[in-house]
Design a protein around this ligand. Structure first.
Ligand code: MN
Length: 318
């Protein structure tokens, strides 16, 4: 993979920085957290101070990745460089332009693979053909001839496994598999990383899914499965796990062309998760219409409102 910005050019800039902040998106997944973990290990080796920031808490199954104990949900200092990882836009990281200005960064780096990426950085390593942000980082580190220790290889593989659904999504290219093989050769354990990335279900979550699935509808006309998750269904379950896990699961059901999971959030919004396995569909277009974004086969959006049942189905009402 040829990177938009030569690796040496970014490496030289980062070596000049005293204070750096790594930023991940809200409700971070294995790719986002794998990227934060691996990139912080690399930056620690350059000499500057490195902070890790994510606006929401991280799923317990991903906490063992190196350096994530340093992750904070607040970052109030000023930084020479801010590096956004796996964020399609500032909004996904819950960062507005005032917040960004307050961090007073001399350099904003944007490393991502969402094809809706807004290219908001001073340096943009945005590669929509990459299966995962960690696949971009893999090539970045390789081009720098950085030795791949297990500490680096494990989170890189976690991101690849997470975003390829364990090598079963259509983004699993020969190049992804070669990168993964190289990471296993460098000391990442495939069974351990698979466990880390996917053993995220709990009994409470399955019971929540049970309530939601009892009302599941699949349109005979469009093949779209729609599931709605109310606050009552959640009964204290984390919203993100309910949404993305359920959407991925429904995407494996026969006869389903596309999936929409709507989850009522505690803050008076509804989060939509979209999935498809049909190469003729682009669910990110649907997400973009609703103010969100993402990939052709996995996308999401957030709208104000709450879920209400009507005589003909469910509606998002103010
Ligand atoms: Mn990703």
């Amino acid at each position: 993979m040829r990177l938009d910005v030569p690796s040496e050019q970014l490496d030289v800039r980062l070596r000049q920085c005293q204070r750096m902040l790594l930023v991940g998106h809200a409700q971070p997944d294995a790719d986002c957290l794998g990227s934060l973990s691996a990139f912080s290990t690399y930056l620690d080796g350059l000499g500057g101070a490195v902070e890790l920031y994510c606006p929401t808490l991280i799923p317990p199954n991903l906490r063992p990745l190196p350096n994530l104990e340093r992750l904070r949900t607040v970052a109030s200092g000023s930084y020479d460089a801010i590096i956004f990882l796996d964020c399609g836009n500032l909004h996904q990281a819950q960062v507005n332009s005032d917040r960004l200005a307050a961090w007073r960064p001399a350099l904003v780096v944007n490393i991502d693979h969402h094809h809706t990426n807004a290219r908001f950085g001073d340096l943009n390593l945005v590669h929509p053909q990459a299966a995962a942000t960690t696949e971009i980082l893999y090539h970045y580190f390789r081009q720098l001839r950085l030795p791949l220790s297990p500490t680096l290889a494990t989170p890189l593989l976690a991101g690849i496994l997470g975003d390829t659904g364990g090598f079963h999504h259509p983004n699993t290219t020969p190049g992804v598999l070669r990168a993964a093989a190289d990471l296993v050769a460098a000391g990442a354990s495939l069974p351990q990383v698979h466990h880390l990335a996917f053993q995220d279900k709990t009994v409470g979550m399955l019971q929540c899914w049970g309530r939601v699935l009892s009302r599941l509808t699949v349109s005979p006309r469009t093949g779209m499965a729609v599931a709605v998750v109310t606050r009552a269904d959640l009964a204290g379950q984390p919203d993100a796990a309910a949404a993305s896990g359920l959407a991925n699961f429904l995407n494996t059901v026969g006869g389903v062309r596309a999936v929409l999971v709507l989850v009522e959030q505690a803050d008076g919004t509804v989060r939509g998760s979209l999935r498809s396995r049909d190469p003729l569909l682009d669910v990110s277009k649907f997400a973009t219409l609703c103010g969100g974004g993402g990939h052709k086969m996995a996308a999401g959006f957030t709208v104000k409102g709450r879920l209400a049942e009507t005589s003909t189905g469910w509606k998002i009402v103010a």
